[in-house]
Design a protein around this ligand. Structure first.
Ligand SMILES: NC(=O)C1=CN([C@@H]2O[C@H](COP(=O)(O)OP(=O)(O)OC[C@H]3O[C@@H](n4cnc5c(N)ncnc54)[C@H](O)[C@@H]3O)[C@@H](O)[C@H]2O)C=CC1
Ligand SMILES: O=C(O)[C@@H]1CCC=N1
Length: 264
């Protein structure tokens, strides 16, 4: 039995992915802070909605999907109810496995996960790290849970805040670029719908080539960039405006914010 504690955006996305992958609703339970939210999840997925304490007592795997700021309160609520040997999987940004171990009692196996919203389309990037009491079998269980909704990669926990900044937040950077490109289309007089269609299909085409061609991104970009042509005129402006440096600093800022989150 898997329990998703705090089934908001990410928790629900994982829940629906796990059901799409063939698990039965009777193998899953969830908790929600608001009653209406619980009722909606029960109706939408046919799963049982329980209290956090009930989930802790019953489920073999507890998936913590609350916001980092709510993690301390959730763990205080769970502490008295988690029997030894329960696997705890945390999806929260910035919360070290040690923070959870300290509050749930020594010996609890914790796996920290950073996934991203493409869980919705089974194209997530999930990176996982073992806490000090989690071993191979626990990492395998986390991989089994997450691999139906995308790729899974093991990394040392010291890189988790970096992964949060890179792939956890990653989809937002691509959406931001799409927004900016659509604005450029508007500037050039395109109807918004046409601009959006052109940009989305360019993004999808570029993403599929990146994934499937095995070519390095630099080579793919060079293939678009004709001598004396249009692309290099655009690239010169991107370089002039320091876009690469802005990306480096932005992702470093996201990593640094992740490091602050456990402190509230
Ligand atoms: N949104 C994203 O792109 C990503 C989010 N994350 C992480 O996933 C976690 C959840 O994020 P979202 O789904 O975006 O947030 P959310 O706010 O949509 O979901 C959290 C849910 O937890 C519920 N909740 C809070 N305290 C509770 C408690 N004590 N008992 C039961 N339910 C409780 C809230 O009512 C809410 O529905 C966060 O820790 C975040 O860092 C990770 C990767 C990507
Ligand atoms: O913005 C956030 O804090 C979360 C973590 C990764 C993506 N969204």
């Amino acid at each position: 039995m898997i329990a998703i504690l705090g089934a908001g955006k990410m928790g629900e996305a994982l829940l629906s992915g796990v059901l799409r992958a063939g698990r039965r609703p009777s193998e899953l339970m969830a908790t929600a802070r608001r009653e209406e939210r619980g009722a909606l999840l029960r109706e939408r997925y046919g799963i049982e909605i329980v209290t956090n304490a009930e989930a802790a007592r019953t489920a073999d795997t507890l998936v913590l999907a609350v916001k980092p700021q709510d993690m301390g309160a959730l763990l205080d609520e769970l502490a008295a109810h988690v029997p030894a040997g329960r696997l705890v999987i945390s999806m929260a940004a910035g919360i070290p496995t040690g923070f959870i171990e300290d509050r749930l009692g020594e010996g609890v196996p914790v796996v920290r996960v950073m996934s991203n919203t493409p869980v919705h389309v089974d194209e997530a990037m999930s990176v996982i790290s073992a806490g000090s009491h989690a071993g191979e079998e626990h990492l395998k269980q986390a991989e089994e849970l997450l691999s139906p909704v995308g790729k899974v990669l093991r990394i040392p926990e010291s890189l988790q805040d970096g992964a949060t900044a890179l792939s956890g937040s990653g989809p937002a950077y691509f959406y931001y670029l799409v927004e900016a490109m659509v604005d450029a289309g508007i500037l050039l007089g395109m109807p918004r719908a046409a601009a959006l269609e052109m940009v989305i299909q360019s993004a999808v085409g570029a993403a599929v080539m990146l994934r499937d061609s095995g070519e390095h991104p630099v080579l793919l970009r060079e293939a678009v960039t004709s001598p004396g042509g249009t692309t290099i005129a655009a690239i010169r402006e991107l370089e002039k405006h320091g876009v690469r440096a802005a990306v480096l600093e932005a992702i470093e800022a996201a990593r640094n914010r992740g490091r602050e989150l456990a402190g509230g």
